[in-house]
Design a protein around this ligand. Structure first.
Ligand SMILES: [Zn+2]
Length: 132
């Protein structure tokens, strides 16, 4: 019973990260527009960047996702199709430059939700939002 509650909690945070929602209250308040992130949640006042360099871990996540996708794509294409080396270089260089930009928002949201899941900020507002 305890394990399923823990798993449900982790899945809830992963779902919120996927939907770019605040990890505490679940509202869509992470980003203003484009890549600009709000400093705090407009609803529960959770501070997103807890300290300077907080999102460095998100950069590692982003890099890891990019490398995994590029390697999986390269080997899949190599096995399934006879593609020239120059096409591989152009394709995977382009994708490895584009993917970090596309994954930027989700990697930050995932980092924030992972950190909140492991180390939730405990203040007066937190419990009220966690209950819901
Ligand atoms: Zn919030």
């Amino acid at each position: 019973m305890q394990e399923s509650k823990g798993l449900q909690r982790v899945l809830k945070y992963l779902w919120r990260a996927w939907r770019l929602q605040c990890p505490r209250c679940g509202t869509r308040s992470l980003y203003r527009r484009g890549l600009a992130m709000h400093e705090r949640c407009r609803y529960c006042n959770l501070k997103f960047e807890r300290e300077q360099g907080y999102f460095l871990g998100a950069m590692y996540l982003n890099y890891g996702f990019t490398v995994m996708i590029v390697l999986a794509g390269y080997f899949t294409l190599e096995i399934l199709a006879n593609v020239s080396l120059s096409l591989h270089l152009w394709l995977w260089t382009s994708i490895s430059l584009l993917l970090p930009v596309l994954l930027y928002r989700h990697s930050r949201a995932l980092w924030l939700c992972m950190d909140y899941c492991i180390n939730p900020v405990d203040d007066a507002n937190a419990r009220a939002y966690e209950e819901s």
